[in-house]
Design a protein around this ligand. Sequence first.
Ligand code: UDX
Length: 449
Amino acid sequence: MEERQGRRIVLFPSPFQGHIRPMVQLGNLLHTRGFSITIVHTTFNSPDPFLYPHFTFHFLHENISSQSQTDIIAFLKVLNTNCVQPLTDCLTRLISDDHEYPISCLISDAGLTFTGKVANQLKLPRLVLRTGGATSLSVFAAFPFLREKGYLPIQESRLEEQVPEFPHLKVKDLPVIKTTNPEDLFELVNGMIDGTKSSAGVIFNTFQELEDPAIAAISQHFQVPIFPIGPFHKLLPAKPPTQPDQTAAIDWLDKQAPSSVIYVSFGTLAAINEQDFVEIAWGLANSKQPFLWVVRPGLVNGLDWLDLLPDGLIEDLKERGLIVKWAPQLQVLAHPSIAVFWTHNGWNSTLESICEGVPMICMPFFTDQKVNARYARDVWRVGLGFESVKLIEREEIERVIRRAMVGEEGKEIRKRVLEWKEMARVCLGENKGSSFQSLERLVSHILSI
Ligand code: UDX
């Protein structure tokens, strides 16, 4: 520990919850390994520095708060443009300040495509944190090829076609997202892949056993050191929730029977239309199972929370379930009353579900979520899904819930996810675990820079 002190690492997360959380977890991990941690963050969506007194914070005045986030790709384009100068200025100041520790490296989110150039100009080594999975990254890396072969941009008529180069994926599973200018998506993905290939190493919040083939392919094609050191959150002490609305969810779960509750949450960015929202509500009500449903403000395009649902249905829902605006997901998934997680398959949610041995009902919305969902269903075989890519219908919801809760399939996916949970535990084991070893390598790598 002693010999590792005296080095400072600068972390720069992408300013979205699903990216900030793993970056902060990585910061905590590296801090426990003796590094001093500085977080550079946009003013937009910034975490509260008082929650992390062991980190030093610097904020960029990047002027993006007024930018609409409905089109995530357009938003990222502006972010990747507006942050160039503020980040350059900030890092220049940090490099030349009289902090007692010199900066070893910058670790920036893979999606912040401009950070490679900035770091190069300042001669600052840069590692990349890929907050999503390795498998989806390997699909992103194949985008030029998939375009050449005509799989991208996706054509309606080819949705059900298998992609031979990725035997588990159909065209409908390719990690795209709607955006005003589709070229922006390709540009962003190219920037992410080029910036990752030219980095001093890639850190993944995954474990070797889960994504072995993709990790091997990336090692071979990217030619940079690879560090799969996840699941990050399992390497850190769990923090019990303290805010009243969050403890309420746990108090409610305490009153439910073991393995009886469906937990429903679609992450921090996905939005659904009014019709789908109403169908989900009916599907849950008709399933007659207890449920905990996160209806995040903003989940339903432009509408405030439960406004849409008829009073009778709300009463019906409240009899059997609890609807909250935010849940302490890590504690929820670890709770013995949880039976199934109906998820959008953001990478964090997918990994967290696997780590707690909770089978999934997969309903991806966009980008990597589609790849994660397909792998959860067909490769790791820990999830069930909906067949339709467009319509969510209450009858199908009921059917899928029944298959997951009471059917033979449900039993099988439960058994398998418990096997994965065990593998996730073993990979963290001191000395022999694959993630433990990767973390040791990462620490030595940073120290050698
Ligand atoms: C985004 C992208 O959409 C996704 O494709 C990418 O993999 C990561 O970033 P997001 O919607 O944020 O995903 O979902 P996810 O990756 O699952 O992260 C959400 C995080 O918020 C999880 O760590 C989850 O535990 C937490 N969360 C979410 C809560 O703690 N409570 C909630 O109520 C909802």
